[in-house]
Design a binder for this molecule. Sequence first.
Ligand SMILES: Cc1cc2nc3c(=O)[nH]c(=O)nc-3n(C[C@H](O)[C@H](O)[C@H](O)COP(=O)(O)OP(=O)(O)OC[C@H]3O[C@@H](n4cnc5c(N)ncnc54)[C@H](O)[C@@H]3O)c2cc1C
Length: 479
Amino acid sequence: MDPEAVPSPTRWLAAHGVSVPDELLQLERWWASAGRAVSEAVDRMGTPWLRMFDRFGERTDEVLYPPEHRALLVRGYRAGAVWHALEGEGLEATFRIGYVTSFFDPGAYCPYTVSLATALAVYKYAEPAVRERFLPLLLRRDDGVWQGATWMTESAGGSDLGAAVQTTAQPAGDRWRLQGEKFFASNVGAELALVAARRPGAPRTVRGLNLFLVPRWSSDGRLNYRVRRLKDKVGTRSVPTGEVELPDSEAYLLGRPEDGVYHVLEVLNVSRVANAVGSVALAQRALAEAVEFGRCRVAFGRPVLEHPLLRTQFQANLERVRAAFALAWYAVRLLEQVWREVPPYSPRYHTFRLVTHLAKFWTAEVAFQSARWAVDVYGGAGVLAEHGVERLIREALILPIWEGTPHRQVLDGLEVMVQKAAHEALLDELARADSRRAEALRQRIRAHLELPHELREAHADSLFAELASFTGAALSGQG
Ligand SMILES: Cc1cc2nc3c(=O)[nH]c(=O)nc-3n(C[C@H](O)[C@H](O)[C@H](O)COP(=O)(O)OP(=O)(O)OC[C@H]3O[C@@H](n4cnc5c(N)ncnc54)[C@H](O)[C@@H]3O)c2cc1C
């Protein structure tokens, strides 16, 4: 087995046509030599600690990071995990950083993802004075960088946001006051959060939602949101996820009130692309771990990965991960093309939406399957914490859930096919790689979309999985 079959993340990126500047190589070297050990310690010890009161008994709700953890976090911001999008080489450069980070620690990529989504929303939709005040802080290249967060989900559920979001927004002069609670708030402690809430009289559907910017400190210097507690998670421990209270919190409305649902979805879609990138990086890491172990572990007279059964499985996994990478990076490049659009969107934007749902859905599945396979290759050692490969399964458990479950991706993907016929343009592109299969799939999708609503939903997942895997395979030249 050639150890170079699964190279380092930067070599993988380069082999797949992504440019790799020196800064990225340096980031990878740092992760391999120092960051990895910090990440392992964070995973073992759990998420950072929440200090709720200062020494005078005042609420402070501060998330305390050990210095090494804080240094790990800041390193990605300095490298351009956010500023590259608006002041550097563009969005793709931020996702390159995300890929390298996630190879070593998918949880550590979450803060960059949500900070990027915050920066893009502020850039596009904040009033000029609000943008000028906050955006430069998110784009800083030093230790004083501000972080963002994206908080939609409440205790009643994250899938049906239209029904579940109870947080209300009341106008207060040139700003707003938010009251409510958020149940899953990742990167809690961030200086700025994007929060979904409902204006007075807004319908109790997803169309009644608006996106607000909530600073951690109000303009008169008071704590503007409270952290009730941090969640004890099985994975992604590098990012603190908490429960947040909004007790009359000062907030700024982003964008035109009637377009609120689109603003919320734009934020989620940025995170979904990032999740796809992070999922493939985890899958690649799983294969790398399996190769490293499987080349040394001997059974029946040869390294276990040299046995025909495991060799065939490895090849199949590698091809699946390559296809998943192609799908994820296609979503990155489409996002780069369309992210400046505002509603009403172009047909290209709808292709992006469909590809993003396919990528979020499929890559998270590939990440989990790859992690499971890697544990299989390790045998009994795979379930021992000291080998570290079981962590990949714990991390991979969360990738399908946050930013919308697999069901959500299938149903939202179905919606963009029904309402915008987004599959037609996608299949036109894929037909260049494999026209016979693209046409066969086109006919099946058209027939499926004619089904009555209930039946269409009930049988959508296998068709969606097929479209996702075909898209990845065709894009990676395996069509
Ligand atoms: C570690 C972690 C961090 C998170 N961080 C954040 C964050 O920072 N910000 C944020 O807003 N949210 C965050 N979330 C929440 C996450 O987005 C939600 O968990 C997710 O959207 C699903 O919502 P839910 O857990 O309430 O499940 P529910 O919405 O209650 O759904 C339960 C099940 O029903 C299925 N289901 C629901 N509706 C349908 C349907 N119509 N058809 C078929 N199946 C359906 C779902 O797919 C799921 O399998 C985080 C979650 C985790 C685990």
